[in-house]
Design a protein around this ligand. Structure first.
Ligand code: CS2
Ligand code: MN
Length: 355
């Protein structure tokens, strides 16, 4: 595996490449062109400039998170043809620049959803948290307004104000879209992009829906083992793979994370590792990465990755806000650095005990 950290670019991130470079064992970053919109073609020049900046700091661009999929592609609208052509052009330009991993998601309207961005824990740290009753009690626009104060100035992905202004229209468009339609539209998209992925050896890694169940009545399909295996099979190409995000699949306590990892051998291209602490099955908060701080067995998770011969990028996904840091919720430096070090420690121990 290749240890990485997500980096939001120097215009948006409070964490610098120089700081990331000093975390032991971190060799690369996962990044994107943050000022592009879904559906735009990324030029080679801009991709190259991003790469040069990262490489000048002694790091590597280990992958892109995300090249976002335009809503019309998820909805299967006629406009998807041009939008998929644009996506293919972006993949080609990434391939030409020697970038071979692309994370994306197929969640309607919203990326991940949380109800609190700064829940206080007993040790004084603050964390992202989710409570189903709070979701059920609110309409989406209100929910955004109620959490907006906790972002430390950042705009959360999918919650951009100009997007939220049209959120009602988007909801209307999804009214008649079933899970089956969403699978069908995903299949169509993947079939169209696989040739360029084959040509440039680009691993597509779908990020699971977070939380792993429908929210606000919108369909959600990348939520469990059955569905993810169905998705692998429906476009049976090794470049059609997954991002295994423990914190997203793990929102559903019925998902057996190590078992799911083992079932994805050869198709698991990217790993996000974080721990959740459940207060009830419908109320959880993002804990420190350490197993004993949350509900997941991190040793078993890392061991499953080790056992399937995972060689791709891995990153600590979300951290607590600690030591007075002010950063985008989930994306501060300190706790993610602790997470990276802990995962590296588990990996080293597992590796040495297997020799
Ligand atoms: C990420 C997701 O911050 C996070 O929780 O894991 O936002 C992820 O980047 C996207 O869903 C991938 O497209
Ligand atoms: Mn994730």
């Amino acid at each position: 595996m290749e240890m990485t950290l997500r980096w939001y670019g120097k215009d948006f991130d409070t964490v610098s490449l120089e700081q990331i470079r000093q975390i032991p064992g971190v060799t690369g970053v996962i990044t994107t062109l943050y000022d592009t919109k879904p559906g735009e073609v990324w030029s080679r020049e801009r991709i190259k400039a991003m790469k040069d900046e990262v490489e000048a700091a002694g790091l590597k661009v280990a992958g892109i998170e995300s090249v976002n999929v335009h809503e019309d592609i998820k909805l299967g609208k006629p406009t998807r043809e041009q939008l998929i052509d644009n996506y293919i052009e972006t993949l080609k330009n990434l391939g030409e620049e020697d970038i071979h991993l692309v994370c994306y998601n197929f969640m309607p309207v919203f990326d991940w959803t949380r109800t609190e961005l700064a829940r206080k824990r007993a040790d004084g740290s603050t964390v992202l948290a989710y409570n189903q009753a709070a979701v059920d009690a609110l309409v989406p626009e209100e929910m955004f307004n109620s959490i907006a104060g906790d972002t430390n100035g950042a705009v959360m992905p999918g919650w951009e104000p100009d997007r939220l202004a049209h959120v009602k229209d988007l909801f209307d468009e999804y009214k008649n879209i079933t899970d089956e339609d969403l699978f069908e539209n995903l299949k169509y998209f993947l079939e169209r992009i696989m040739p360029v992925c084959d040509q440039y050896d680009i691993n597509m890694a779908i990020h699971p829906d977070d939380p792993a169940w429908p929210v606000f009545g919108l369909p959600r399909i990348i939520i469990n083992k059955e569905n993810i295996l169905r998705m692998m099979k429906m476009v049976d190409n090794p470049h059609n793979g997954v991002t295994f995000c423990t914190g997203s699949y793990g929102t559903n306590l019925e998902n057996d994370l190590p078992d799911m990892i083992r079932s994805l051998k050869g198709r698991l291209h990217f790993a996000h590792v974080r721990n959740l602490k459940f207060n009830s099955p419908t109320d959880f908060e993002e804990a420190a990465h350490l197993s004993s701080d949350g509900s997941f067995d991190m040793y078993e998770i890392v061991k499953a990755l080790y056992d399937i011969g995972f060689t791709g990028p891995i990153r600590p996904d979300h951290g607590r806000m600690i030591w007075g840091e002010k950063a985008m919720p989930g994306y501060g430096l300190y706790d993610r650095a602790l997470g990276a070090t802990y995962i590296n420690g588990l990996w080293e121990a597992i590796d040495k005990s297997n020799r």
